[in-house]
Design a binder for this molecule. Structure first.
Ligand code: FE
Ligand code: FE
Ligand code: ZN
Length: 277
């Protein structure tokens, strides 16, 4: 069975987002834990969480993916911004324990002029401060396009972060098809080789989720502009091969394409139609 969904707005809470998910024939969803630009967040509505958990079980939503605000920078040169990223993520992880056993994805960060090594050190330090042995949430590093000074544009950089995290079994990776393509990994013509490289450097067992996006830019562009499925440089056929690949087909796939709900429904239907039984 294909597990697929899309990024949806959390504004009305868990139950409402789960209902939207069912409406578009999806069986998972991604959401921002808080406004990507702001930091403030309402206390969790526990009644909403409870109705969601019951509804999700009933409707075959077995996993969901939380996404940290993308403005957080765990490797900023500014100590206060690093502390802000740490405290915000720690608070997100605390809240996510109310919906246990899911994943929390974040962008490793931008080192700006400090260099990638310092960036990696700060990111791993932060993770070592916030991960807890008792947590049930798996924290995912997202593969990045390499825009500006983003850390995580190569599998090697992600591996280095993972190597420095003490509670290693709490960590995984989310592969974004647009980002790896923009980062220079040719998933159109060499998907097998890219995944073999991922396996060799990071380990496919670390891969917990896939962001399914086309890209507005050519291979290696380091831009990070998502396109709708079939409207970019990756193309529909390559993305259909991604969801069917034996190393990936069991994973949850999340569309982050520029779409309204109907557009997402069409892309989900397209992927379901082409998913080999
Ligand atoms: Fe992301
Ligand atoms: Fe993504
Ligand atoms: Zn992106």
């Amino acid at each position: 069975m294909l597990t697929i969904g899309c990024h949806l707005s959390f504004s009305k809470g868990y139950l409402s987002i789960a209902k939207e998910t069912v409406k578009i024939n999806a069986n998972t969803f991604q959401f921002f834990t808080r406004n990507p630009r702001g930091s403030s967040v309402k206390e969790l509505n526990l009644a909403d969480v409870e109705s969601f958990l019951a509804y999700a079980k009933e409707h075959g939503i077995h996993q969901i993916l939380a996404h940290a605000p993308y403005t957080l920078n765990a490797c900023s040169a500014d100590e206060h911004l690093r502390e802000f990223a740490r405290d915000t993520m720690a608070d997100d992880l605390r809240r996510l324990e109310f919906t246990p056993g899911n994943c929390y994805n974040f962008h490793p960060g931008s080192h700006v002029k400090q260099g990638v090594e310092i960036g990696i050190t700060y990111i791993a330090d932060m993770l070592n401060q916030i991960l807890k042995p008792e947590q049930t949430t798996t924290v995912l590093l997202e593969t990045m396009a390499g825009k500006g000074s983003e850390v995580g544009k190569t599998f090697e950089e992600l591996r280095e972060i993972l190597d420095r995290v003490t509670l290693s079994d709490k960590m995984g990776v989310c592969l974004d098809t647009c980002h790896v393509w923009d980062g220079g990994y040719d998933i159109v013509n060499h998907l097998d080789e890219v995944l073999a490289e991922f396996d060799q450097i990071i380990g496919l067992k670390r891969l917990k989720a896939v962001h399914l996006n086309d890209s507005q830019n050519p291979l290696g562009a380091h831009k990070d502009r998502h396109a709708r499925i079939g409207e970019g440089h990756i193309g529909k056929d390559a993305l259909i091969r991604v969801v069917n690949h034996p190393a990936l087909r069991h994973l949850p796939f999340y569309l982050e394409t520029p779409n309204d709900l109907d557009g997402y429904a069409r892309e989900i239907a397209l992927m379901r139609d082409h998913f080999q039984k």
